[in-house]
Ligand binder design. Sequence first.
Ligand code: TYC
Length: 102
Amino acid sequence: PGDDDGDAGVKLDTKPKTKRPPLYKVMILNDDYTPMEFVVHVLERFFGLSHAQAFEIMLTVHKKGLAVVGVFSFEVAETKVTQVMDFARRHQHPLQCTMEKE
Ligand code: TYC
């Protein structure tokens, strides 16, 4: 229910605006052709994961179809996706990497 002054009044109090920038999930997708070792290498190289972490995520993708590799600002997420897609293409693997707003 609003008042009846046609919004003549002004908003007196506002929340301090500390809105954080949106974050983006970077995901890799399973396929039937990219070698497991290649995916592990990609995860180590572009996401700074340990071999054990990289292997675990690779296996999750292999079994479940996809996994979130990390969460980043738009610019960083976009860079990761581009790096992975370029690297996969150069090695002629169909590996797919995508990003999605959290
Ligand atoms: N499914 C692939 C294979 O059996 C391995 C693989 C894992 C591919 C993860 C892509 O994102 C991927 N060789």
